[in-house]
Write a protein that binds this ligand. Structure first.
Ligand code: FPP
Length: 259
């Protein structure tokens, strides 16, 4: 694969994806929604592999939201089976490619065999360092915030935490994503302009990219397009262009002094 047109020095460190449109892809073709998810699984494989080749360090995939539990039983069952199959089928490749798997979300709600498969792969890949894939399973951003608040409240009740010691770093350290840098780029497929209760705290400064392409058709070409668009963006983090230029200048000078 030719990654022409991508600046290797300005890749997003963390790409997060809301994979949407499996159902619509299938319905438009007279297929079952489950067929759409099956094909969506192939997109997952392609995008994981491509991320590794390009040098993305963290890839987060919104695979199953807490709201998805309300879907018909047959669809939930099929999604769980696909996940379990993905986990067992891909573990050898994850080891070969140095991919570490992590999960965010309420694992207790997953069927035992999916949870076991998930935990086995997380355990197996824990020391891999080339790339981290974060699966959001039974996840929602509000749930994550709620879990964090409960953990901090317990710490406070046990007199291990004073309210004045709560800062942004402490909050981030008590979210499911503790230790994972915030996404630089959030991609959503299928054209909807929503965050749908995915990462909330974590996307404060993420660049948003929405494509009308449905997830089962989101492959190499579309991913490269998203990454190129990211590289055209100017991330200001609330500062002015002049301040950014000064900061860049100072970084160059500091780099010069070091070398
Ligand atoms: C959204 O499409 C997608 C999902 C709810 C599940 C995503 C799951 C996969 C891509 C397959 C398995 C995942 C892994 C990690 C192997 P939708 O059904 O909401 O589409 P619609 O909005 O068109 O109905």
């Amino acid at each position: 694969m030719d990654f022409d047109g991508l600046d290797k020095a300005r890749l997003p460190q963390h790409v997060a994806i809301i994979m949407d449109g499996n159902g619509r892809w299938a319905t438009a073709r007279g297929k079952s929604r489950i067929e759409g998810h099956r094909r969506g699984k192939t997109s997952v494989r392609v995008i994981v592999e491509m991320s590794r080749k390009i040098g993305i360090r963290y890839l987060s995939l919104y695979a199953f939201s807490t709201e998805n539990w309300f879907r018909p039983d047959a669809e939930v069952g099929a999604l769980m089976a696909l996940l379990e199959h993905y986990l067992t089928a891909e573990q050898a490749k994850m080891m070969r490619y140095g991919i570490r798997l992590l999960a965010v979300g309420d694992r207790d709600r997953l069927p035992p065999q999916v949870r076991q498969a998930l935990e086995a792969v997380i355990d197996l890949t824990r020391d891999n360092q080339r790339m981290t894939v974060v699966l959001a399973l039974s996840y929602s951003g509000r749930d994550d915030v709620l879990r964090m608040v409960k953990k901090l409240a317990q710490e406070a009740r046990a007199c291990r935490l004073e309210p004045q010691d709560i800062d942004q770093e402490l909050i981030a350290d008590h979210l499911d994503t503790a230790g994972i840098p915030d996404p630089d780029l959030l991609i959503r497929t299928s054209g909807e302009l929503r965050v749908s209760n995915f990462f909330l705290w974590q996307i404060a400064y993420s660049e948003l990219y929405v494509t009308p392409t449905l997830w089962p058709e989101f492959r190499e070409k579309e991913y490269l397009q998203a990454l190129r668009e990211y590289q055209r963006r100017r991330r200001r983090f609330g500062r002015t262009d002049e301040q950014l230029a000064e900061l860049a200048d100072a970084a160059v000078k500091a780099g010069g002094r070091q070398s």
